[in-house]
Design a protein. Structure first.
Length: 105
């Protein structure tokens, strides 16, 4: 599939383990080009979620590299409720992802 026939995407994410897997799959897809990744707080605070995206980018190194922008640090109408088991401290799943993720050649 040529680059011209690929669908272009903007992914809005709060990367814990589920969104990390989705990003890795999107970056590896022959059908999609991820142009932009926007990061919001959700599974974890915004700073942690943004750091997770940059770790994934370092791990996978998609080409072309997407533009990354941060968004909302908290919901508009309620306090932020994070899910620490899902994305608050990614150290454990990060080691797993580093072993099992293939780099593009």
């Amino acid at each position: 599939m040529t680059t011209d026939s690929r669908r272009r995407a903007l992914i809005d994410t709060d990367p814990g383990i589920d969104d990390a897997l989705a990003l890795l799959l999107a970056w590896g897809s022959p059908e999609w080009t991820v142009d932009v990744v926007t990061v919001v707080a959700g599974n974890a605070p915004l700073e942690v979620c943004a750091r997770n995206v940059f770790r994934l980018l370092d791990l996978r190194r998609p080409l072309p590299a997407p533009l990354v922008a941060t968004g909302a640090a908290r919901p508009l109408a309620r306090p932020l409720q994070t899910a620490p088991y899902h994305g608050g401290d990614p150290a454990a799943w990060w080691r797993w992802a580093a072993r099992w993720t293939c780099r593009a050649t």
